[in-house]
Design a protein around this ligand. Structure first.
Ligand SMILES: [Zn+2]
Length: 87
């Protein structure tokens, strides 16, 4: 009977670093197109908390990008920071 609970779940995404659910507006989206990691909209997406170096570190250390995009990505903290800053 109580199965029609409508939450605004679509506004939330799970951070691949800290694994916490946050509002999309508080996050940054990564994409993966043609073997290249980028920032912004794209076919596949992975989300990280905005302006959180800790989350970037967690994601890089835990190979969260590899898992999110099912590819072998040897991303570094510096590379991610560069992507974010170039946005
Ligand atoms: Zn996070």
């Amino acid at each position: 009977m109580g199965s029609n609970v409508k939450t605004s779940n679509s506004l939330f995404r799970t951070c691949i670093g800290c694994k916490q659910k946050k509002l999309m507006a508080e996050m940054i989206r990564f994409n993966f197109n043609n073997g290249k990691l980028g920032v912004g909209t794209g076919l596949r997406g992975a989300w990280l908390c905005r302006e959180s170096t800790a989350c970037i570190q967690l994601a890089v250390k835990g190979k969260a990008f590899d898992r999110a995009f099912r590819s072998k990505l040897s991303v570094s903290l510096a590379a991610i920071n560069e992507l974010i800053n170039s946005k």
